[in-house]
Write a protein that binds this ligand. Structure first.
Ligand SMILES: [Zn+2]
Length: 447
């Protein structure tokens, strides 16, 4: 037995015996799931900067993307610089941010501890992971101050000055405490992303954009982070920022036809055509429905963001099923059957989001292609400004139009699920992708 193997086993025995509460997070050669240090991690949580095992991933997924954005380490396509950012955070101890109070030996005495491999997924690991990421129960809290907004502004200013350095975990810590990725510094006249892009801090750019920073936001001189990256000669970084700016529509196009636009050559949209897939049979496009309802830019953004989340759910489900050995794990935890509740959204919107799971592949492809078409139309200037209907009604209309095409009437009605989740609406880190898509969409469709 090699010494490294011996060391791994020894460490795990100590953990099982509760002698230590955390693995040395800088140990890069013995990668372990950060939530239950035993199993080999095959997934990453992008916005948390941690690597996790299959079992913990199933819990992360059930919390929703607003809480944890998971990607398979080998079966999901990664932008290389984003994977590099996650690895850097993992190696440098990002987990200590989420488990700060557990590092205090006193917490062991009080009975607080990490999940251990022998724990059952439900309820033990689920409760631990919910406490850790949803309730942020172990995060170091700042001393209470009277003026919360001042504290948030303070944290955001710290973030603004930290992103010019390579200290990634400091920035994640500030973001976890409530610093705003899109904070506009009143004296400097720009955002943290302008600073990071100008300084060529690739990983900081990746982290900020995961937390919603807008690559197209103008500073006080009207210049965007993309402009500054390009001016400073960071051309790869500038190209990556353009990709991030179009992430929503690129992801939808890739879902349908496996291709992305060639932004470097000025192509920003792909609208899959008849030859691209089985959707050639589809004639009932929703574009006319969008026009008829005069869907406002804001409501269109919401719909596009919800469809993006549903694409992610379907793709991650497919990876999940392809990578399981169909043993007890699959039957115990199964897939995520519909989008989990996001407490930041209204119950009506949550219900609408969950109903997206009812669309069969054909219907869903139709919805995606029409969103792409309308996104392109809106970016080209013919925006609609008078809101007439909400997303729920749109989805209802879509469902009824496609009702004869294989709608499974026996599927459960998920409405009751949408309002009874015991989540903490104040959890500050639950908005990563949501905000990014929102900001992205705002830039695309309104400006
Ligand atoms: Zn685990």
């Amino acid at each position: 037995m090699y010494f490294r193997d011996f060391l791994k086993i020894f460490l795990r025995i100590l953990i099982v015996l509760d002698i230590i509460v955390d693995l040395p997070v800088t140990c890069t050669k013995c990668l372990c799931c950060i939530c239950c240090p035993w199993a080999e991690p095959r997934w990453a949580s992008v916005n948390r900067g941690v690597l996790i095992c299959d079992e913990c991933c199933s819990v992360h997924r059930s919390l929703g993307r607003h809480s944890s954005q998971v990607r398979h380490l080998t079966h999901t396509p990664w932008p290389p610089t984003q994977l590099q950012m996650v690895q850097m955070l993992y190696n440098n101890g990002a987990n200590s941010i989420w488990e700060h109070s557990l590092l205090d030996p006193a917490s062991v005495m009080s009975g607080k501890r990490k999940a251990i491999p022998q724990d059952k997924v439900h309820p033990n690991k689920t409760e631990f992971i919910k406490a850790k990421y949803q309730m942020l129960a172990f995060v170091h809290r700042m001393p209470c101050r009277d003026d919360d907004s001042f504290t948030a502004k303070d944290l955001s200013k710290q973030l603004h000055s930290s992103v010019r350095t390579g200290n990634l975990e400091t920035c994640l810590r500030l973001l976890s405490l409530g610093a705003q990725a899109n904070f506009f510094h009143p004296e400097k006249g720009n955002t943290p992303l302008h600073v990071a892009a100008k300084a060529g801090q690739v990983s900081q750019v990746e982290l900020l954009t995961v937390y919603g920073a807008d690559p197209g936001a103008p500073d006080s001189n009207g210049k965007t982070p993309i402009d500054y990256a390009r001016q400073a000669g960071h051309h790869d970084l500038a190209d990556r920022l353009v990709e991030i700016q179009y992430e929503l529509t690129d992801r939808l196009a890739f879902y349908l036809c496996g291709r992305k636009p060639d932004h470097k050559n000025g192509q920003h949209f792909i609208i899959p055509q008849m030859a691209d897939s089985f959707i050639l049979h589809q004639t009932c496009h929703l574009l006319s429905l969008f026009n008829k309802l005069q869907l406002s830019n804001h409501l269109f953004e919401e719909l596009a963001m919800d469809v993006y989340d549903e694409v992610d759910r379907r793709e991650t489900d497919a990876v999940w099923l392809a990578t399981q050995n169909h043993s007890t794990l699959v039957t115990e935890t199964t897939v995520v059957p519909f989008l989990p509740v996001n407490p930041e959204y209204s119950s009506t919107r949550n219900q609408g989001r969950q109903k997206l799971a009812r669309f069969n592949a054909h219907e869903f492809a139709t919805l995606v292609i029409d969103i792409l078409s309308d996104a392109k139309r809106r970016q080209q200037g013919s925006s609609v400004t008078s809101p007439k209907e909400n997303v729920e009604l749109i989805l209802k209309s879509v469902s009824s139009r496609h009702g004869s095409e294989g709608q499974d009437n026996d599927q459960p009605d998920y409405d009751s699920v949408a309002s009874d989740e015991d989540t903490d609406p104040d959890a500050p880190t639950g908005k990563g992708n949501r905000t990014k898509v929102l900001i992205h969409a705002s830039h695309e469709y309104i400006l």
